[in-house]
Design a protein around this ligand. Structure first.
Ligand code: SF4
Ligand code: SF4
Length: 75
């Protein structure tokens, strides 16, 4: 499964100053997800795992995340 390992709600610039792998709210993951399973809410990505089933390009969200806070984990 994929998960976002950040819950920080600061804007991207402030987050970048404080942390090397915080969510920047850049929406890159939201744009690439073919299932509409990711939404950025209050500057942090949130995954709806009920929509993440049967992904046609599993893990593309994690690959698109330049900060490294969206990762693939074994469940
Ligand atoms: S694995 Fe696929 S469906 Fe799930 S959040 Fe990532 S891109 Fe979206
Ligand atoms: S691509 Fe990464 S940094 Fe950008 S919104 Fe998604 S989880 Fe956050």
């Amino acid at each position: 499964m994929v998960m976002v390992t950040c819950s920080n709600k600061d804007k991207g610039a402030a987050t970048k100053k404080a942390c090397t792998n915080g969510c920047l709210g850049c929406r890159r993951c939201e744009r690439v997800c073919p299932m509409g399973a990711i939404k950025v809410v209050d500057n942090v990505a949130v995954i709806d795992h009920s929509k993440c089933e049967d992904c046609t390009d599993f893990g593309i969200c994690a690959k698109s995340c330049t900060s490294g806070c969206l990762i693939i984990v074994n469940d």
